[in-house]
Design a binder for this molecule. Structure first.
Ligand code: SF4
Ligand code: SF4
Length: 424
């Protein structure tokens, strides 16, 4: 779909600004009702989803062209989809898809920013988003007795993802995740140095061809390894393999699970027992890529027709993804089952969660904005009295750790894997 396909949506955007906030029925504390980090930070309508609809329409009709301001609006956005959920609580239009297509159009026209171009150069050379040597990809698993799926067979492929593979501060988490599976008797293996990027972040930056390429490569990995299930501790890899590969018609044809889903299964089967008390008051941050963005893709192949000169009708009727189909209950179930732990919710949760700051290439291009967004979430965690903020994504953990390094806040930042590991 090109941006032209969203012209009706651009015209139907009512300029109501609902996309700037979480849906009103979810307001629980007036200090935490903003939904869009971009417009909250830059205080200018263009940075909101509605503003981007206006801008795209002007672009399409030739009233504006590319400029530094145009690119600033396009790229100072986490692509987290809070706007999409809020807008779709009142409208049947597609803000996030328009933003995705805008980025793809910018890339096609060579309108990229240097920070993103550097990331993509590194990806194309080394098959990872950090531009690190391909040969070091499997180092995180050194010393763990695990099957190497380039030589052996297993039912489950544990896909670490780029960030877990190269960020040494995160290695204890990704290692714990694998250890939990192995100790529960799961027939699991890794690709080690042969693992590669899922292509999801590149797609988010607008580089669609790279998503196509990595989807095809992962199809080959699945075929050659014969695995039945892919389990990943990375929320973004999960969302990419489950949703985006389906969106572009390249489903892998195996079960794709986030590690929280697999751990939950193992806990319910009694193969992981949560015995030890973890005396902490925690809150849970919904990663965007495990929550609203992970809602299964819904294919629609129909046409939009204008009736009575103004109403747009979808024929056949279109089912909209409104964010409710993400993974929300499972992480909370796991947390609530850990003995000794007390759980408190923040004000913006589930489909209305506030972004951690790690998405959309903002971290790479505008680190101050990314940290600002993360600090806002830490402030919310503190407002509900949590001693620890728990998430289920390497990006979230990294962003919150960066934020507290700046503020000196002593809130603990944990991945759900670490909580489970402490309890077994
Ligand atoms: S994008 Fe949706 S919520 Fe935002 S102004 Fe337009 S119609 Fe309203
Ligand atoms: S994706 Fe996030 S940052 Fe971008 S416009 Fe929507 S809510 Fe704002």
């Amino acid at each position: 779909m090109a941006i032209e396909a969203y012209k009706h949506d651009m015209l139907r955007c009512t300029r109501c600004s609902y996309c700037k906030w979480i849906p009103w029925e979810n307001f629980r504390n007036t200090d935490f009702i903003k939904g869009c980090p971009s417009v909250s930070r830059y205080h200018w309508h263009a940075y909101s989803a509605g503003g981007k609809f206006n801008m795209a329409l002007s672009f399409l009709e030739g009233r504006i062209g590319y400029s530094d301001s145009f690119l600033d609006v396009v790229y100072k956005c986490h692509m987290d989809g809070s706007c999409d959920v809020s807008c779709k609580s009142v409208q049947d239009i597609e803000p996030l898809q328009l933003m995705q297509e805008l980025r793809i159009k910018c890339v096609e026209d060579g309108q990229v920013i240097p920070a993103h171009a550097a990331v993509i150069d590194g990806l194309r050379k080394e098959d990872n988003m950090l531009g690190k040597p391909r040969s070091e990809r499997g180092k995180w698993a050194e010393g763990l007795a695990v099957k190497d799926l380039t030589r052996e067979k297993a039912k489950v492929l544990y896909h670490a993802g780029c960030q877990y593979s190269y960020d040494e501060e995160l290695w204890p988490v990704v290692r714990d995740g694998l250890t939990l599976l192995k100790d529960a008797g799961v027939d699991v293996g890794i690709m080690g140095h042969a693992e590669m990027c899922c292509g999801g972040r590149a797609y988010e930056l607008g580089y669609k061809d790279d998503l196509d390429k990595y989807a095809a490569r992962h199809a080959n990995i699945v075929k050659a390894s014969g695995v039945e299930t892919i389990v990943t501790p990375c929320a973004h890899c999960y969302q990419t393999m489950k949703v985006n590969y389906d969106k572009i018609g390249k489903k892998l044809g195996v079960e794709i699970l986030h590690i929280t889903e697999y751990l939950d299964r193992l806990i319910k089967e009694g193969r992981i027992k949560l015995n030890k008390k973890v005396p902490l008051k925690v809150t849970y941050h919904d990663p965007c890529h495990l929550g609203r963005l992970a809602e299964p893709w819904v294919h629609w192949d129909g046409k939009e027709t204008k009736v009575l000169g103004q109403m747009i009708v979808h024929d056949p009727p279109k089912k909209f993804r409104r964010g409710a189909g993400g993974v929300y209950d499972i992480p909370r179930d796991i947390i609530r089952n850990i003995p000794g732990l007390s759980f408190v919710e923040m004000y913006r949760i589930r489909a209305c969660g506030w972004c951690c700051g790690g998405g959309g290439g903002v971290k790479e291009a505008y680190p101050d904005f990314a940290i600002w967004t993360a600090r806002e979430r830490i402030r919310e965690a503190r407002a509900v009295g949590a001693d620890a903020i728990v998430s289920a994504c390497p990006s979230c953990k990294q962003m919150f750790q960066e934020a507290i390094k700046e503020t000196g806040d002593d809130v603990k930042v944990l991945d759900i894997i670490e909580l489970v590991q402490q309890s077994v």
